[in-house]
Ligand binder design. Structure first.
Ligand code: PRX
Length: 659
C-alpha cells in the first residue's frame, strides 16, 4: 500500500495547502504563536473571554473565579467558571433554533446504506425535550446516574442530551462490552435506569443487545427500569415491571421540558476507561469547562465552518464520540454525521461512499480504520468522488508511516491536511494537534499544543527537559477540559494515577519527543496500558480475566506490533499443574476473555509459559515479555536481577515455535 518509505518523507515538512488555509480560522504559525502566547500568559483572561463568547449562560460565572486548580500532591483539584449556571442541552440545541432550526444537526447514516435520516436542530430539540420528560416521569432527578448501552443510533445522542437537560449524569458503556463489564460499570455508578435496544446491526449481522444487557442487569440490584429502543426487531424478553419500550414512552411524552440550570462544576457524565492497575476508572467530566473545551477544539482542529458537513467515525461509547460526534459539533451549531456501520460493509468503499453522499468536508477517524481499508487497495477509493474533503483527522494511536502516507496522498490527494490529534479520555478534548491552516505538518507528529495547554517532557529522574528531548509526557497547567476526578474514588486513585509520578504535573502515561522546532511526536504508552485498534486496555484487566479461568495459574499480557490494530494482545499463560497445553484450551481462554471483558480484549496470541521472567523481588520484567512477543530477541537489556534467567531462553524458544 505504501509508495513512500520512511526515509522518503519523514524528514519533510508538508506545507498547509492553500485550499485549507483559505477557510482556516488561524492562517499562519505566527498567528498561532501569538494566540497561544496570549492563552498561556493570561489564561484566566483568555478562557473567560472564550467562555463568555462561546457559551450561553443562564447566570454568568464569577469573573474573579475563572479557574482554581492545583496539581500539587494532596491539593489536586480543578474548578472552572464557578458561580455560573448553564445547561448543556440548551447550548447544543435551544440556542440554535433562532437561526438554524431547519439545519441538519445529526445525519444518521445506518448500517444499511439505504437507512439514513436527517435530524434538524428542531427535530433534536423536540426529541430531547420529550425524552427528558420521560426520564423525569420515571423519577430521574438532577445528579442521578443513567447507564446507556446503545449502538450508534440517533437515539443515543437524544438520550444523552436528554440526561443533560434534567441534570442527570450519563454513563455510556461501549456497545461491544460484555455483560460482566457492563454490570461492573452500572454497579459502580449506581444507575437506577438503564437504556438499551433490542439488537444491533454489525455489517451483515444483527447482534443481540438487550440479551447482554439483561445478563448484566440481573446482577445490578439497584436498577429499577430498563428502557428499550426498537432497532432490529429482534425478539426480546420484556421483564414485567422493569422493562419499557422507548417508543411507548415517547408517544406519551410532553414536548417541552424546562432545562435544569446546572452549576459549572456539577458532573455532566462518567465515562469508564482503562488504566494500568485495577478495575476501569469512571472518569468524571463537568458541565461548562468540558463543553467549552470540546466545542472549541472541535471547531479549530478541523477548521469546521457553518456550511460544512463534518464526520467523526468514532463510536459514542468512547470519549471521541462524546466530544466530537455530539457535544462539540452540536454546541457549535454544526452538522455531524452519526454512523452506525463499519468500514467494510457493504464493501471497503463505505467510508468514501458516505463522504461522497454528503460531501463531507472534515473527516475524523482512527489509524486502525485507515490501515484496514488501505490494505484492500485503492479501487475502493477510486470509485467515489471524495474531492469535498479538506481536513483529515486522526486519533487514538500513532499513525505509522505507510498509513500516514496513504491517508495524505490517496485520501487527501495533496490538497488536504492531516490533523493528528493527541488527547485522552481524561483530557476532554484535543491537547496536541496541528491547527490545519496554521501548522505545516511533519508526518506522524501531533505537532503543537492547543491554546492554554502547556506540555512538559520529563526525564527518568523526574526533571523537566527543556528544548528538544524525549521522555514522559506531562501537562503542567490546568485547562478547562481536564477530568475533575474518578467516580467513587475512595482509594484516591485519581491522585495516585495521574499526579504522583511527577509531583506538580498531570502525567499522561504516554511518551513524547520534542524536536528543535518545539514540535511534538507521541511515541506511545510508557505504562502497562495497550492500545488495540485505538481502544485503550489495561494489561491488568486482561490478566485478571485470564487468571479467573480455573485452569490458569498466572498470566502476563503485553502489546505487540499488529499490522491492522496497531497493537495486538499477547498473553503468556502459566497453567495449573497437570493441565494439558492444547489448542482447544487456547480457544477456550480467548472465549473466556471475550466473555469477561468483551471482544476488544481477545488475545491475538497465547503462549504457554512454565515460568515468567520475575525479578528476585517477584516483579515481572515486562520489557522482556514485550521484546519476546515482538520477536526482538537480541535486545533484553539488563536481566541480571532475574530470579531465574533461564526462563528467558524458554520464552524465546517457545516464541520461535509459535511463529
Ligand atoms: O496513548 C495515547 C493514545 O490513546 C490514549 C488515550 O486513549 P483514550 O483515553 O481511550 O482516548 C482515545 C481518544 C482520545 C493516549 O494516552 N492516543 C490518542 N491519540 C493519539 C494517541 N497516540 C498517538 N497519537 C495520537 N494522536
Amino acid at each position: 500500500m505504501a509508495e513512500a518509505t520512511e526515509t522518503d518523507f519523514y524528514d519533510k515538512v508538508f506545507p498547509v495547502p492553500e485550499r485549507v488555509r483559505e477557510k482556516s480560522y488561524v492562517k499562519s504559525r505566527a498567528e498561532y504563536d501569538k494566540l497561544y502566547k496570549e492563552s498561556i500568559d493570561d489564561p484566566n483572561a483568555f478562557w473567560a473571554k472564550m467562555a463568555s463568547e462561546r457559551l450561553s449562560w443562564f447566570k454568568p460565572f464569577d469573573k474573579k473565579k475563572v479557574s482554581d486548580w492545583s496539581f500539587e500532591p494532596g491539593k489536586v483539584h480543578s474548578k472552572w467558571f464557578e458561580g455560573g449556571k448553564i445547561n448543556v442541552s440548551y447550548n447544543c440545541l435551544d440556542r440554535h433554533l433562532a437561526d438554524k432550526k431547519n439545519k441538519a444537526a445529526i445525519i444518521f447514516e445506518g448500517n444499511d446504506p439505504n437507512d439514513w435520516k436527517v435530524y434538524t436542530y428542531q427535530d433534536m430539540y423536540r426529541e430531547v425535550n420529550k425524552f427528558a420528560n420521560v426520564l423525569k416521569s420515571l423519577g430521574v432527578k438532577k445528579g442521578d446516574r443513567v447507564s446507556i448501552f446503545l449502538p450508534m443510533i440517533a437515539e443515543l445522542s437524544i438520550v444523552m442530551l436528554a440526561c443533560t437537560r434534567i441534570g442527570a449524569i450519563h454513563a455510556i458503556v461501549f456497545g461491544g462490552f460484555s455483560a460482566e463489564a457492563l454490570r461492573d460499570r452500572i454497579n459502580n455508578c449506581g444507575a437506577e435506569v438503564v437504556i438499551t435496544c433490542d439488537g444491533t446491526y454489525r455489517g451483515s449481522k444483527a447482534v443481540p443487545q438487550k440479551a447482554t444487557c439483561d445478563k448484566a442487569v440481573d446482577q445490578c440490584p439497584g436498577v429499577k427500569t430498563m428502557i428499550v429502543v426498537k432497532r432490529t426487531g429482534t425478539e426480546v424478553a420484556m421483564k414485567e415491571g422493569r422493562d419499557i419500550w422507548y417508543e411507548d414512552l415517547m408517544a406519551k411524552a410532553d414536548r417541552y421540558c424546562e432545562p435544569e440550570w446546572m452549576d459549572s462544576e456539577d458532573p455532566l457524565f462518567i465515562l469508564y476507561t482503562s488504566g494500568s492497575t485495577g478495575q476501569p476508572k469512571g472518569v468524571v467530566h463537568t458541565q461548562a469547562g468540558y463543553l467549552l473545551y470540546a466545542s472549541m477544539t472541535q471547531q479549530y482542529a478541523f477548521d469546521v465552518r457553518d456550511e460544512d458537513t463534518y464526520w467523526c467515525t468514532a463510536d459514542i461509547g468512547w470519549v471521541t464520540g462524546h466530544s466530537y460526534v455530539v457535544y462539540g459539533p452540536l454546541c457549535n451549531g454544526f452538522t455531524s454525521i452519526l454512523f452506525e456501520g463499519v468500514p467494510n460493509y457493504p464493501d471497503f468503499g463505505r467510508f468514501w461512499a458516505v463522504v461522497e453522499k454528503y460531501s463531507v468536508n472534515n473527516f475524523y477517524t482512527a489509524p486502525t480504520a485507515i490501515r484496514s481499508i488501505a490494505k484492500e487497495g485503492d479501487k475502493w477509493v477510486d470509485m467515489h468522488d471524495i474531492s469535498s474533503l479538506r481536513v483529515l483527522g486522526s486519533v487514538g494511536e500513532p499513525l505509522n508511516p505507510e498509513a500516514w502516507w496513504w491517508y495524505y496522498n490517496k485520501i487527501g490527494a495533496g490538497h488536504c491536511t492531516i490533523s493528528d490529534t493527541w488527547w485522552q479520555t481524561e483530557n476532554g478534548g484535543h491537547m496536541i494537534l496541528p491547527l490545519p491552516g496554521a501548522i505545516d505538518i511533519k508526518p506522524a507528529k501531533a505537532m503543537v499544543p492547543f491554546f492554554g495547554v502547556v506540555p512538559a517532557i520529563m526525564d527518568e529522574d523526574g526533571k523537566e527537559i527543556k528544548g528538544p528531548g524525549k521522555g514522559a509526557l506531562c501537562i503542567k497547567k490546568g485547562w478547562p477540559g481536564i477530568t475533575r476526578g474518578l467516580w467513587d474514588d475512595k482509594e484516591g486513585r485519581f491522585e495516585e494515577n495521574y499526579f504522583s509520578q511527577f509531583p506538580g504535573y498531570y502525567f499522561s502515561g504516554d511518551g513524547a519527543e520534542r524536536d528543535a522546532d518545539g514540535d511534538y511526536k507521541i511515541t506511545g504508552r510508557v505504562d502497562d496500558v495497550i492500545n488495540v485498534s485505538g481502544h485503550r486496555l489495561g494489561t491488568a484487566e486482561v490478566e485478571a480475566a485470564l487468571t479467573s479461568h480455573p485452569d490458569v495459574a498466572e498470566a502476563a499480557v503485553v502489546g505487540f506490533p499488529h499490522d491492522i490494530k496497531g497493537q495486538g494482545i499477547f498473553a503468556y499463560v502459566t497453567l495449573n499443574h497437570n493441565v494439558a497445553k492444547t489448542d482447544e484450551l487456547k480457544k477456550a481462554l480467548v472465549a473466556h476473555v471475550r466473555k469477561v471483558v468483551g471482544p476488544i480484549a481477545s488475545p491475538d496470541q497465547i503462549q504457554w509459559a512454565d515460568g515468567l521472567p520475575k525479578t528476585r523481588s517477584g516483579k515481572i520484567m515486562r520489557r522482556v515479555l514485550r521484546n519476546v512477543a515482538a520477536k526482538t530477541f537480541g535486545d533484553f537489556g539488563d536481566t541480571s536481577t532475574l530470579a531465574d534467567p533461564a526462563v528467558v531462553d524458554d520464552l524465546v524458544a517457545n516464541r520461535k515455535k509459535l511463529g
